[in-house]
Ligand binder design. Structure first.
Ligand code: GUN
Ligand code: ZN
Length: 458
């Protein structure tokens, strides 16, 4: 039987293709080992129809499947990788990145909250959302789990900017009804209603998904956490996005505000905020029992090493968490603006370094997995993006080992693909991202994109 898809693929309608060295991340190397998790094809062909991958593999074996008239974009001497998945990033903190001299609470008070107050202005929110989405694309990030500010308009602006670029974002307006400046407070009721309206407007529209987003336990009353859980029960397909155990002081503060609870994670557990679809940023200071509880409930963690180092928050126990006897699903987050970069390449290198400092190293395949398929799994999207498997959405980045003179020198000495991938992460950033494709279409081309000027247009 011939389907409409087959016909469209044969005629080339809506079909695109790329050719070049290509890597795929097919399983979790923390659980299965490297060989089942990673494949490399030195001369690959990737064919996409209607935004999905219809074939991927050796060019010689697949080229006969190219419809007449479709010429692949050829990237010899580059590396095609799955589009990066940023599992924790603030869409309203771009302009306070790279701040110095503060721990978490000082940074929130002096940098994050004053900036987030500006998102009451819809024009400001729309300009910032456009610049934010452009940064994702120029860094090869095609899927992101994004915090807005307390203002519903901030989430609308992010969803609109992402939709215009066909980015896959999961976003939510922040819920916080205490321990923040008055201008940033909602109430349990208003936060519930605003979130519900946004969810109904955006969840499942195109590539958008909604995340119910209590900022963290210290900035929500018990009533607000109850309301968040009620909304999640009413919409179980939505995600739940918050922070947990980022610093020891914050964990102590959370416990003091909820004295009846056994620990920080138990606050969320008690209100029904753990489970598949819950993504908790940081978790640096969770106990082994709390990590086991994440595993048992299917709760994912977003490891944000760049942010943890910048704020002095601590060193996340990656190997124990992702690779222990009861493994937790772990993705990687830039945590912009506490994190100093949008680059998931730089962030996966930070994860590598943090693991090395702790004496529990991870390898290149594990680090890339976190930035791609692991992040997709954390967001419940492992079948949708992150692996470059047939049937998945065709989101990918093309990395350039000759992006800078120094990188070219070093890349020339690499002996295998893993060494090259490591060098790209350790020495690279957005300069290395030659092109970003979303749903099979070129969405960012480094060599034609305006540098600075022009970015941030809606
Ligand atoms: N905890 C609560 N809010 C925030 C935030 O905006 N950034 C970080 N890094 N941690 C938080
Ligand atoms: Zn954060």
């Amino acid at each position: 039987m011939t389907t409409a898809d087959d016909t469209r693929a044969r005629t080339g309608e809506n079909t695109t293709a790329v050719r070049g060295p290509l890597v795929r991340f097919l399983d979790d190397p923390f659980r299965t080992g490297r060989d089942a998790a990673f494949t490399y094809t030195p001369d690959a062909l990737l064919i996409c129809t209607d935004g999905r991958i219809t074939a991927v593999g050796d060019h010689a074996a697949l080229r006969h499947r190219l419809p007449a008239g479709v010429t692949p974009a050829h990237y010899p001497d580059h590396v095609v990788v799955p589009g990066f998945v940023d599992t924790h990033v603030h869409g309203v903190q771009t302009d306070v990145m790279a701040a110095t001299g503060a721990d978490l609470t000082g940074w929130l008070e002096r940098r994050a909250f004053p900036e987030e107050e500006r998102f009451a202005d819809g024009r400001y929110a729309r300009e910032a959302a456009a610049a934010f989405c452009d940064q994702l694309l120029r860094n090869g990030t095609t899927t992101a789990l994004v915090f807005g500010s307390v203002h519903p308009g901030s989430a609308d602006a992010l969803f609109e900017a992402a939709a215009r670029r066909n980015l896959r974002i999961v976003c939510g307006k922040v819920l916080m009804d205490r321990n923040a400046p008055d201008a940033l407070l909602d109430t349990a009721q208003s936060g519930y209603e605003e979130s519900k309206a946004l969810l109904e407007r955006w969840h499942g529209k195109g590539r958008a998904r909604y995340a119910i987003t209590p900022r963290f336990a210290p900035s929500s009353t018990p009533e607000q956490l109850e309301a968040a859980a009620a909304l999640w029960r009413e919409h179980p397909g939505a995600l739940l996005h918050t922070h947990v155990s980022e610093t020891p002081d914050e964990a102590e503060w959370a416990r003091s505000l909820f004295p009846g609870r056994a620990g920080y994670l138990d606050i969320y557990d008690h209100y029904g905020l753990l489970g598949p679809g819950a993504v908790l940023a940081h978790g640096v200071h969770l106990s082994p029992a709390e990590r086991d509880r994440c595993a048992a409930t299917g709760t994912a963690l977003a490891h944000c090493p760049g942010s943890n180092l910048a704020l002095g928050s601590g060193l996340f126990p990656l190997r124990e968490t992702a690779g222990g006897p009861r493994p937790v699903t772990v993705g990687l987050g830039t945590d912009v603006g506490a994190g100093p970069t949008f680059s998931m390449l730089s962030t996966l290198y930070e994860a590598y370094k943090v693991a090395a400092v702790r004496g529990a190293p991870v390898d290149t395949v594990q680090a890339y997995h976190l930035a791609t398929r692991g992040g997709a799994a954390a967001l419940g999207l492992a079948d949708t993006v992150g692996s470059l498997a047939p049937g998945q959405e065709a989101d990918f980045a093309v990395l350039d080992p000759r992006a800078t003179p120094l990188l070219a020198r070093r890349a020339a000495r690499t002996e295998d693909i893993e060494e090259l991938l490591f060098v790209l992460a350790a020495m690279g950033d957005d300069r290395v991202v030659r092109a970003t494709y979303v749903a099979g279409r070129l969405a960012h081309d480094r060599d034609t994109a305006p540098a600075g000027r022009g970015e941030g247009a809606p």
